[in-house]
Design a protein around this ligand. Structure first.
Ligand code: GUN
Length: 296
């Protein structure tokens, strides 16, 4: 039997539509539009594309976006000074420092400089620390793993007591995804490059999150029949037979895994659109926090 395909585009649209509606209501109540500031250090082409998409989506949903760029050789002091100015600017509700930063910069020190109430990426050590602790809640949750959870929830996947396996332990996806699954009472295993018997461990999963960064690594015999499989990877693979000269794929061998899984999110068209939708939701939340409309 073929898996239910989780439609990330449709679920992301639902999240965005709700954000647009809430933004319109906020403005109708006399508040200024929520504002997102993006900080891009250097000229990595992929980061430029991502930041541009985030800015355009803000405008589409009725929010403001402010774009800041620093050269690749910017100093730690220059980056932190910019973040401090954005912390002090009331028009800016959310601050997004696009990662990765150039190697010479201390990423954690930059993220720590962001006011926690403007940390719409949820990467501030205080927010990550709270995510890791029982009975504590972060002000914001990182966007990609948050989007993964919404995809599962909207598909009716049960977390309580489920065996969840997260492939990958990155700060941006794998680790926070594992922490979110624990908060929802799943039993979580985190796999990484030193994990032994990877296919066997993955086969135990009722929920399998692939965030490993390897082209189509997860095969059909890695998946328990009926499992929910979420593909966080996006890869561009050269292919001269395609019109564009490449095709996009994920960490999961979609065509074979869909014959075994109960649910599967494709890549592209799964997690990707969710990341931006959750960022928009977090920016709206930051504006509500700034206006004292939600308790934190
Ligand atoms: N780089 C890759 N994903 C992300 C993200 O979600 N936020 C930021 N700031 N940088 C990223």
């Amino acid at each position: 039997m073929s898996a239910q395909i989780i439609d990330g585009k449709a679920i992301a649209k639902k999240v965005r539509d709700q954000v647009a509606q809430d933004v319109a209501e906020l403005i109708a109540q006399g508040y200024p539009p929520p504002g997102l500031a993006t900080v891009l250090v250097g000229d990595d082409p992929a980061s430029e594309v991502y930041v541009g998409m985030k800015q355009r989506m803000c405008k589409k949903l009725g929010m403001e976006s402010f774009s800041f760029r620093l050269p690749a050789d910017a100093t730690q002091e220059e980056v932190e000074k910019l973040v401090s100015e954005l912390n002090a600017d009331p028009k800016v509700n959310g601050i997004l420092v696009q990662l990765p930063l150039p190697k010479h910069l201390d990423e954690e020190a930059v993220l720590r400089t962001i006011n926690v109430e403007k940390d719409i990426d949820g990467f501030h050590p205080l927010n990550i620390g709270r995510l890791a602790q029982k009975g504590r809640e972060p002000l914001f949750v990182p966007c990609t793993p948050d989007g993964v959870m919404v995809l599962l929830e909207e598909s009716g996947v049960k977390f309580e007591g489920a065996e969840a396996v997260v492939l990958g332990r990155s700060n941006i996806v794998g680790m926070p995804a594992a922490l979110l699954l624990v908060k929802r009472n799943a039993t979580v295993t985190i796999c990484h490059s030193r994990t032994k018997n990877l296919p066997e461990v993955c086969r135990r999963a009722d929920i399998l999150i692939a965030a490993v960064g390897r082209v189509e690594m997860v095969k059909a015999n890695w998946v328990k029949p009926g499992a929910a499989v979420i593909d966080v990877g996006t890869h561009r693979v050269d292919d001269p037979t395609k019109e564009k000269g490449y095709y996009l794929t994920g960490d999961v061998a979609f065509d074979e895994v869909k014959e075994v899984a109960g649910w599967i999110s494709p890549s592209p068209g799964g997690v990707g659109p969710m990341t931006i939708a959750m960022l928009m939701r977090n920016t709206l939340r930051a504006a509500k926090i700034a206006h004292g409309l939600v308790e934190v």
